[in-house]
Design a protein around this ligand. Structure first.
Ligand SMILES: CC(C)(COP(=O)(O)OP(=O)(O)OC[C@H]1O[C@@H](n2cnc3c(N)ncnc32)[C@H](O)[C@@H]1OP(=O)(O)O)[C@@H](O)C(=O)NCCC(=O)NCCS
Length: 338
């Protein structure tokens, strides 16, 4: 009976096909080799350029973090950022913070001095944020004497390395209190920008207003490869080819180019000049472009949000991807002929 049950369990165990989940299940040594710095074996040491003091770097999953190291990390957060938490709507809640710091898939890069004491750390997690695969930076904190030494940049580059080496991730993402202007300037210097999912101020009921006290920032570390014509971004390219046949010669209004630019890919419509005879795109052609772009965005967004649900039936995705292409080409050609 026991043996039978065991067999049943083995049979039912789900194969891990999700690349993020697969990465998160790896032990620290494998994760370091395959996702953090596959081509470097000297990453584990950092020398303070100001004092020449040596520090060790190590990667540890939250489950393997000693109580002493976890406590040291927590104290560091408290030392550098308690005031920011207290002045925010989140508030400073130590037990909630510690629970978050123990999140199972969180990994820490610890910076320790020669006595083994934690002097800085960052914590990261490959995850999905609103359907998009990202490396989320949960924390980055350095003791005051190590700030301004280039260590922050070094640690953030490791997160970028994880993003680059964990397809399909293309972004590092983080949250920064707006009150922490120094950190905000640091992230900007590193190339982070406000992400499109960052909350905006909005009107609430009874004349109240929601004004966010934090910003979600991100940095794209790897451009998406052009895919064959089965997703939204390719629809844009097919449309651009069709439009070239119409030979448009007018600059497309900014409002329309905004709609044309996809979430992470940009469709450039080349407008050629034909001597002095400036022609214009007809309203119908512009409508065709806009419809095409919107359809592209919809199919792309559907693809993003159904990565998990549809991953076993690619035919279904192909079918939904091709229909709008055909429809849009028909519209553009009809407009051209008219
Ligand atoms: C934020 C923090 C991690 C940055 O690390 P750091 O080691 O001080 O920063 P670096 O020395 O690596 O700076 C990297 C670049 O950012 C720039 N930079 C850093 N702080 C800056 C600031 N306040 N304004 C403008 N530029 C800044 C540096 O000039 C440097 O540019 P360069 O490489 O072109 O010379 C660190 O200061 C810290 O631990 N602060 C307290 C904790 C904290 O606020 N954490 C963030 C929570 S969201």
């Amino acid at each position: 009976m026991k043996g039978f049950k065991l067999k049943q369990n083995v049979k039912r165990r789900r194969a891990v096909t999700n690349p993020i989940e697969r990465a998160n299940r790896k032990d620290d040594e494998t994760f370091t080799k395959e996702h953090l710095c596959p081509s470097s074996s000297t990453w584990a040491e950092w020398i303070n350029p100001k004092t020449q003091d040596k520090f060790s770097l190590s990667l540890t999953g939250s489950g393997k973090l000693s109580n002493e190291d976890l406590d040291a990390c927590f104290r560091l957060v408290e030392e550098t950022s308690r005031a920011d938490y207290e002045s925010s709507s989140v508030g400073w809640k130590p037990s909630k913070k510690i629970t978050e710091m123990k999140s199972p898939e969180l990994r820490y890069i610890l910076v320790k001095d020669i006595t083994g004491a934690v002097r800085g750390f960052t914590s990261l997690m490959p995850t999905y944020e609103e359907g998009e695969p990202v490396v989320y930076c949960y924390e980055i904190h350095l003791k005051p004497e190590l700030q301004g030494t280039g260590l922050g940049r070094t640690l953030m580059e490791f997160l970028e390395s994880v993003a680059i080496n964990t397809p399909p991730i293309e972004k590092v993402m983080l949250t920064c209190f707006l009150s922490n202007q120094k950190a905000f300037a640091f992230y900007k210097k590193l190339g982070f920008e406000k992400d499109e999912i960052s909350p905006e101020p909005r009107k609430l009921r009874f004349g109240k207003e929601f004004i966010p006290d934090y910003v979600i920032m991100s940095k794209i570390v790897k451009k998406q490869q052009p895919a064959p014509a089965k997703d939204g971004s390719s629809i844009g390219r097919v449309l651009a080819r069709e439009i070239e046949h119409i030979n448009p010669t007018r600059t497309i209004p900014e409002a329309i180019t905004k709609v044309l630019s996809g979430r992470q890919s940009t469709t450039t419509v080349v407008a050629e000049t034909d001597g002095d005879s400036a022609q214009t795109l007809s309203g119908g052609a512009i409508a065709g472009i806009v419809i095409g772009s919107i359809a592209g965005r919809i199919t792309r967004s559907r693809r993003l949000h159904t990565t998990t649900a549809l991953r076993d039936i690619p035919e279904k995705r192909m079918a939904t991807g091709h229909a709008p292409v055909i429809l849009i080409i028909i519209i553009v050609r009809a407009v051209h002929r008219s």
